[in-house]
Design a protein around this ligand. Structure first.
Ligand SMILES: NC(=O)c1ccc[n+]([C@@H]2O[C@H](COP(=O)([O-])OP(=O)(O)OC[C@H]3O[C@@H](n4cnc5c(N)ncnc54)[C@H](O)[C@@H]3O)[C@@H](O)[C@H]2O)c1
Length: 123
């Protein structure tokens, strides 16, 4: 059994991944971390027993570290994004914050949780 963290799993691509993985890997569990912006919708993954939605931001490092540690997460699927190109022109700041700084935050938290503790085998 594998425990996965799926960021942005209430969005389009992440939600499709959650459905696919639940059908093909029924023994696995998924924590879906998604802060439900204008593109996220919890109904995307409603009814999937293996998927638990945690409504929060990927930049919430304490929460992410806690999930990785306490839920024994070994794999992260990172689908979180600001994804609307038109919005990136009218309001680019949130794209930097989410897509670049958020991804960096997630990577650093995973490194700290997995490698800093000297345990786990991320793949
Ligand atoms: N849609 C496509 O056709 C397509 C094709 C290829 C690649 N991609 C890539 O896949 C990724 C996801 O695209 P998508 O179309 O599913 O986008 P989407 O906008 O549908 O989903 C993004 C999800 O991320 C969540 N989110 C945003 N900021 C967050 C934050 N700070 N913390 C937690 N959750 C947050 C949103 O609530 C949403 O559920 C993007 O990197 C995109 O470039 C998309």
């Amino acid at each position: 059994m594998t425990n996965l963290l799926v960021t942005g799993g209430a969005g389009f691509i992440g939600g499709n991944f959650v459905h696919y993985w639940a059908q093909n890997h029924p023994g696995d569990t998924m924590i879906v971390l998604d802060c439900l912006t204008y593109t996220g919708n919890k109904s995307t993954i409603a009814g999937i027993e293996q998927a638990e939605l945690v409504v929060d931001d990927i930049r919430h490092t304490e929460l992410v570290a806690k999930l990785l540690r306490e839920r024994d997460i070994s794999t992260i699927l990172h689908f979180t994004a600001e994804s609307y190109v038109d919005r990136s022109i009218t309001g680019p700041d949130v794209f930097i914050e989410t897509n670049i700084l958020g991804t960096n935050s997630l990577l650093k938290t995973a490194r700290s949780a997995w490698l800093g503790a000297g345990s786990g085998s991320p793949h």
